[in-house]
Design a protein around this ligand. Sequence first.
Ligand SMILES: NC(=O)c1ccc[n+]([C@@H]2O[C@H](COP(=O)([O-])OP(=O)(O)OC[C@H]3O[C@@H](n4cnc5c(N)ncnc54)[C@H](O)[C@@H]3O)[C@@H](O)[C@H]2O)c1
Length: 256
Amino acid sequence: MLVKDKVCIIAGAASLRSIGYATAEMFVEHGAKVVVTDLGMDEQVLEKIKTSIEGSLQRSIVIHGVHCDISKREECDALVEKVLALHGTVDCLVNSAGIVQSQPILEISEKDLDLMFAINLKGAFFLCQSVLKVFVEKRSGSIVNVASLAAQRGGGLVGGSHYAASKGGMLSMTKSIAREFGALGIRANAICPAMIQTPMLDGLSEDRLRGIIDAIPLKRTGTTREMAGACLFLASELSGFVTGATIDVNGGTHIH
Ligand SMILES: NC(=O)c1ccc[n+]([C@@H]2O[C@H](COP(=O)([O-])OP(=O)(O)OC[C@H]3O[C@@H](n4cnc5c(N)ncnc54)[C@H](O)[C@@H]3O)[C@@H](O)[C@H]2O)c1
């Protein structure tokens, strides 16, 4: 029980195939009070998530869901208000919400650029600001931002340059939060995944996928549970002295 009774907001969890969902499942398994949030969250989606976790854990669980468009500051604040009303506090944010697009740089319109930054960067910023207001008062808290290998290598195996830039901004923001709030006992870390089996890989052709896997030292794609494990480590006291870090979950694709 690595996060027993910790109130954890997990953003980007609407799909049962997502990193956010797997993280929610693992956090519930480890005793957390989980609130899942997503642009696509509603009663039906929440029920689907609850049923799936109960099936995996073979017991009944309590989980809450809140609809939130993270690109809107007032919705992020409202999300945190709802979590405070439900549980009285927030201990951890895992932000795994995001979008990907993969067009070449000269084909990226201003509209695409604005959308990418509005969700992946400004959205992450707003969510962090909303939970930080609580963390500052209680002088503790942990933020886990899900960035991407694309931020490290310049363009992703899937995402384009605007995606890479949005995730690069997320890495810089995470390090800044770690530096600014460390003295208050607040930690912020990022994870850079690559080739995790989620809907984000659905657009890749068989050939392209095989070519990419050939170049991965571990010779396979990653599972959402393997990502969830990294999130759990960063959320829990196992990583108590880790802040401002970037953890790679990429099968060795990018070795520094
Ligand atoms: N799957 C991979 O290999 C991979 C690689 C690198 C980075 N990532 C990152 O991991 C994170 C999770 O992605 P995933 O692979 O689980 O895919 P996913 O598409 O299942 O999850 C992303 C979720 O974010 C939600 N979302 C999008 N816009 C939103 C908004 N404005 N407000 C709230 N929620 C919003 C979507 O509805 C979706 O449920 C993303 O940030 C992605 O960039 C994934």
